[in-house]
Design a protein around this ligand. Structure first.
Ligand SMILES: Cc1ncc(COP(=O)(O)O)c(C=O)c1O
Length: 407
């Protein structure tokens, strides 16, 4: 290829594969910060970081991190992860989540790095991967970078955001490599029943697909009648890579600790697992001292959960009540996670709607299109219900005023 005609001679040309990469959850804050600098009072309902609100990393993890840093745990760790941490991850996966046929696990710089690595080890340009729509945007971004097509299967709002499995089946062809399942879901908060998970497994088995199974919110189940079933507990023949971590359940996204657990028939997964391990070695290791927090959390008291979940439940309920009182807005009740995906009837341009809301009322929400979801006759936006009750009430008063003034 002729270098001179491909690259600009005037500036350093960025990679083509990055052209469509955007991360709306953080991008909306750029405008919000501008307004804040002008002296405006901004309410942030966009970031899924408990530390931005009235939550902090669990006490046992704080102690473990301090201990590790002051006890010479600051060198490189083994690339897959600290043995103490991996044992703890696998024990918890087996005993609490009932994950069967575990082949191995690894830690990463957040679940994000594990997800990135899982795709890098799996796909070639021209392959395709099935993603939910709406989806957590990291997935689309990684696939774009790797030159792989994202094929979106519908999550059906009329069925409480459950996956449309018939639609999923029609998307599979000879170049499909994996199905991504996010359960509990970000951004909808839906939790999937066993029948649905079993049908996904059947599709994957029939077509020799890996299931990339994101369970980062599995401990955040808000209603006693719902319970989360780990997909990898259901079928010893399913090839599953389950992602989890300390960001959400243990309130520490900034310590960047996540992991992947590969499970299923060993002979079918050995070569893929070895590839993951090679990639892990090439990036040396994830944060050594912070890996000591894994055992501290998973084998700790778990005493933060009752209060954390009770707060989330109350805050979710406030949001649902407020939404129900605003004409044109509706929302399927999220049973898990700390997100709600809200429908705005009769609006087509979700980005403009969210931007106008921010400019006129100072409330930051993320447009639905940032989660690869658009719809003909309505716009969507995602909120987090981590803020305290007063902030949420204030935010929804402002949203109600905005809707009244603009309809
Ligand atoms: C569904 C989902 N997966 C993965 C992640 C990334 O988590 P981590 O902080 O462990 O990188 C997030 C973060 O919001 C998420 O919502």
């Amino acid at each position: 290829m002729d270098k001179d005609s491909f690259y600009s001679q005037d500036y350093i040309t960025p990679a083509k594969a990055t052209e469509n990469i955007q991360y709306s959850i953080r991008e909306v804050t750029v405008r919000a910060r501008e307004l804040e600098r002008e002296g405006r009072d901004i309410l942030y309902l966009n970031i899924g970081d408990p530390n931005v609100y009235d939550f902090d990393l669990v006490e046992e993890a704080q102690q473990a991190a301090i201990w590790a840093i002051t006890h010479r745990k600051n060198g490189y760790a083994p690339s897959e992860g600290l043995p103490e941490a991996l044992e703890s991850i696998e024990r918890d996966a087996r005993n609490r989540q009932h994950i069967i046929n575990i082949i191995g696990s690894f830690t990463g710089n957040g679940a994000s790095e594990c997800i990135d690595l899982a795709f890098t080890a799996l796909v070639n340009p021209g392959d395709n991967v099935l993603l939910p729509s709406p989806t957590y945007p990291l997935y689309s971004m990684i696939l774009t970078r790797l030159g792989v097509e994202a094929r979106y299967y519908k999550l059906d709002e009329t069925k409480e955001w459950q996956p449309d499995l018939d639609h999923m089946a029609t998307l599979i062809d000879g170049r499909t490599r994996a199905i991504v399942v996010i359960n509990p879901n970000n951004p909808t908060g839906a939790i999937y029943p066993e029948t649905c998970l079993r049908r996904i497994i059947d599709l994957a088995k029939k077509n020799n697909l890996l299931i990339l199974n994101d369970e980062n919110y599995e401990r955040l189940v808000l209603d006693p009648e719902c319970h989360h079933i780990s997909l990898a507990s259901l079928d010893e023949d399913a090839c599953v890579l389950t992602f989890n971590g300390l960001s959400k359940s243990y309130l520490g996204p900034g310590i960047r600790i996540g992991w992947g657990i590969l499970s299923g028939p060993k002979a079918r997964l050995d070569s893929y697992y070895e590839t993951i391990c090679r990639l892990l070695r090439a990036r040396l290791c994830s944060s050594h001292p912070f890996q000591w927090t894994i055992r501290a959390c998973l084998e700790g008291s778990q005493s933060h959960f009752p209060e954390f979940l009770a707060k989330l439940c109350r805050r979710r309920d406030i949001c649902m009540q407020k939404i129900a009182q605003i004409p044109g807005l509706s929302c399927i009740i999220p049973h898990g996670s700390f997100y709600a995906f809200v429908r705005v009837e009769g609006i087509r341009d979700d980005k403009k709607w969210c931007r106008d809301l921010l400019d006129s009322k100072g409330v930051v929400v993320v447009p639905g299109s940032g989660f690869s979801y658009t719809c003909e006759d309505a716009a969507y936006f995602r909120i987090v219900f981590l803020p305290d009750e007063k902030t949420l009430s204030e935010a929804f008063e402002r949203i109600a005023e905005f809707v009244k003034e603009t309809s």
